[in-house]
Design a protein around this ligand. Structure first.
Ligand code: EPU
Length: 437
């Protein structure tokens, strides 16, 4: 990976079925949370199976700027948090990444204070932090939220104190941040209405591997008994749920036959059920899912929901596929209010879509035609790639750097399955390189 931000474009020759086998990498959302959580430890920590993606690179740089000693060898990262000497992450990096909000919980939990700008990340909705702040206050921190910067500090007793926290909505980030803050607090914290997503469980497992006492992760009530210290640990990140799902959708959308290895089929139940409903064949065993087209793709009614419901992160690639399904699909996006921007781009390819508030109506057309499209966020980028693979003719995708934030070697992996994607990378420095087949 380079430190430059890739601009450029991806050029996709569509209309080729994906065939063969592909291996899934470590999960983006678990990885960025676990990297932040490593700051809570009193000893060095080793994290394995890290994906090579931009968000992970930025998260590592954030820790380095806080003073943590970092060494990386391929997919293995060693973090020594004992040398941390700052509690304010670098503004530009923190602002670029949603997961930087986890540094608030981790720094507050370990060093008693933290300061961070409102995080950026994909522009898919308002993405408030009120529940994170409410929870930190319930743990006894004084928190201010002014001029786009959140400052949190432990109260007079010099330590966070466990508390009962009722989250007003199910929030993945809020649940993770409060686990981080609470795991070294004095006494017991109970999180009610907690998120159940696999990366919440992953963070709890990682913290427990260092000696934390967290029970109930994966249910909506999580109990955290604070501990004095956390010891070093070696921990491997779980496979990426959304990369798995995107590959499953791409296989079905191109009338392909793809065997996806190194994934967790139980994380994919909501998507597998929808693919079966469409007429796609899905077979699962151990850590393998095979997705085969039967030549039939029926329209669907689909609603995004918190886990174990249909993940919002797969809504965009799924709507790309539904644009050529037989019939009219109704998609309701319940999590993020601005997650239909990719539909404007799909319309350039001939897709027939209408958005009314949180509902998209997609009337299946016989085929999509290649066009020049612009990615507006990470999963929108993945959706456009799926559409480009399906389309007749050539598709150019601008702003592909969004895709690199969260998918490891995505074009290479698709090309290994028979896609024809050429990456035309243009670094900000002005140099240009072409990679891919
Ligand atoms: N919300 C609030 N107040 C809060 C927190 C959340 O109103 O204090 C609202 C948000 O505005 C949103 C909803 O609650 O409407 C859900 O937000 P949540 O906190 O669950 O999402 P997140 O933590 O910001 C993570 C993932 C997203 C994924 C969502 C939902 C990371 C780094 N990001 O975001 O991943 O879509 O959970 O599963 O884990 C992606 O990978 O492309 C991505 C956007």
């Amino acid at each position: 990976m380079t430190d430059e931000i890739a601009c450029g474009r991806w050029i996709i020759e569509g209309g080729r079925p994906l065939l063969g086998e592909v291996e899934i990498g470590g999960g983006k959302n678990p990885a960025v949370a676990v990297i932040a959580a490593s700051l809570l430890c009193d000893e060095p920590v080793t994290i394995e199976n890290l994906p090579y993606i931009e968000d992970v690179r930025v998260m590592i740089e954030l820790l380095e700027c806080l003073g943590a000693k970092i060494s990386r060898n391929g997919r293995v990262l060693c973090v020594d948090p004992r040398t941390v000497n700052r509690v304010a992450p670098r503004y530009d990096l923190a602002h670029a990444l949603r997961a930087s909000s986890y540094l608030l919980g981790a720094l507050l939990g370990r060093w008693g204070q933290a300061e961070a700008p409102y995080p950026g990340g994909c522009d898919i909705g308002e993405r408030a932090l009120d529940q994170h702040i409410k929870g930190m206050r319930a743990l006894g921190a004084a928190v201010t939220d002014q001029y786009g910067v959140i400052r949190a500090k432990v109260g007079r007793g010099g330590k966070l104190v466990g508390s009962e926290i009722y989250l007003d909505m199910v929030t993945v980030g809020g649940t993770i941040n409060l686990l981080l803050a609470a795991c070294r607090a004095k006494g017991q914290t109970i999180l009610f209405n907690a998120a159940k997503e696999p990366h919440v469980v992953e963070v709890a497992n990682f913290l427990n591997s260092m000696g934390a006492r967290i029970k109930g992760a994966g249910t909506d009530v999580i109990r955290v008994n604070g501990v004095e210290k956390l010891h070093g640990s070696t921990y491997a990140i779980i496979p990426d749920q959304i990369e798995t799902g995107t590959m499953m959708i791409a296989a079905a959308a191109t009338n392909g036959d793809v065997t996806i290895r190194g994934c967790i089929p139980t994380h994919m139940e909501a998507l597998s059920a929808k693919l079966l409903e469409m007429g796609v064949r899905v077979d699962e065993r151990d850590d393998v899912i095979r997705v085969r087209s039967t030549g039939i793709r029926r329209a669907l009614t689909l609603k995004t929901q918190v886990y174990p419901g249909f993940p919002t992160d797969l809504q965009q690639p799924m709507t790309a596929m539904l644009s050529t399904a037989r019939g009219v699909s109704l998609i309701t996006e319940t999590i993020f209010e601005s997650r239909f921007k990719h539909l404007r781009e799909l319309a350039r390819m001939g897709a027939r879509t209408q958005v009314m508030d949180r509902v998209a109506v997609i009337e299946g057309v016989p085929e999509l035609t290649g066009a020049t499209l612009s990615a507006t966020d990470l999963r929108a980028g993945a959706a456009l790639v799926v559409a480009g693979l399906m389309a007749r003719g050539s598709t150019d995708i601008l702003n592909p750097h969004y895709i690199d934030r969260g998918y490891e070697r995505f074009a290479d992996k698709l090309n290994s399955l028979g896609a024809r994607i050429v990456r035309e990378d243009q670094a900000e420095s002005g140099t240009s390189a072409r990679t891919g087949a």
